[in-house]
Design a protein around this ligand. Sequence first.
Ligand SMILES: C[S@@+](CC[C@H](N)C(=O)[O-])C[C@H]1O[C@@H](n2cnc3c(N)ncnc32)[C@H](O)[C@@H]1O
Length: 399
Amino acid sequence: MQNEERNIFISECEAALKSNTFKRVVFSAPIAGTGQSAGKKDDKFKVNFELIAGGRKQLIKYSDNRDSSYTSDLNIDALMARFADDAIADFRAATLYTDNADFIYSENRKGVPRLQKTKPSMKGKVQTHNRQKNYVLSENRPYLQGLGVTNQSGNVVKKHYAKFRQIANFVEIIDRDIREFVETKETPIGILDLGCGKGYLTFATYDYVRERAKVEPKAIGIDIKTNVIDLCNDLADSLDFDGLNFRNARIQPTKPEDVDILIALHACDTATDDALALGLRSNMKYLFCAPCCQAEIAAQLMNANTSFETINAYPLMQRRQADIITDVCRALLLTALGYEVKFLEFTALEHTAKNVMLVGKKNDKVDRKKAYQDYLDLKKSYGFEKHSLEENVKDLLEV
Ligand SMILES: C[S@@+](CC[C@H](N)C(=O)[O-])C[C@H]1O[C@@H](n2cnc3c(N)ncnc32)[C@H](O)[C@@H]1O
């Protein structure tokens, strides 16, 4: 609900961004049943937008306490729209930190608003990526130039900013999950990128691991397109990346590879399920997967029970619903096979609508039985018969 205090708070955010005095804004105390906390009681959910000096550019880092975090170029209009659409509408408390003052907005249980202005607690503090906590991808990495993302002076080429941000956010995500494993493993770490395309993330992951691992990693990128494979192999050779190879092949769900870290970003439709099945058979330790378009479940949802007919009447909504069901089924099947799974947003929505990443980590302690039962229940209530991942790993589920 709009009120005078909220409006002033929002104007102060905009004024601080425009006058370059903005530091950070934190939204907390979510309104139950709205926005990102819809359907879930999570009083502790908090989101944070922080201005970061990233070399020549100003960046905004989004993070929340459910593990999502990504960085994008500062675009004041886009950010203000985001505050207005999500953050402001969905939370009962917010604090804005600027060089001149802190602004604390809150609503009591009856919804009565209050706005306080206090001394600036972050005055003059320059926030940079904390290298201990957040890995920041250097624009100077030679492979970025080879891939055309940066120019000869090591600056990001304008039309490739979105790609650069995607790579940088990806490396930051893997850094959080795999750094310790990478730094301690005594034998070569196996990396497999399935549906690697031009190999942006294969190069990025290999380069990241190679910089930290005790021994040269072994990385393979696989794609059905021939032209990209030759280009990628030529670039790997020219950089003396001896452990990095690209293969022209179709993802084979039944053929295990030597892999610790599996990557599958935007592999089309059920190619994602083939990639996950291959990873499961290979006993991968870590999985980073951003699903792509899905058609398989959408085509079967017409069998769902009557309460879904209302959704099925709108093809776009049916499709979105099918995407979510498909990915939740993937998470449940992975859990049923011994993985701890989380979903993250890995890049700003302005860059790609396909910004959800499924992260899996081998964990013997997960409740495998319950996950499999939850999967069967979901399948029954939505009335679909076939999910490619289940078909691909049926023999593993039966053990
Ligand atoms: C949308 S692109 C994504 C490329 C890359 N992962 C990225 O994020 O930049 C999907 C890639 O998957 C490849 N692909 C789709 N199905 C495949 C399959 N069954 N086996 C191997 N590659 C496949 C396509 O050729 C394409 O290069």
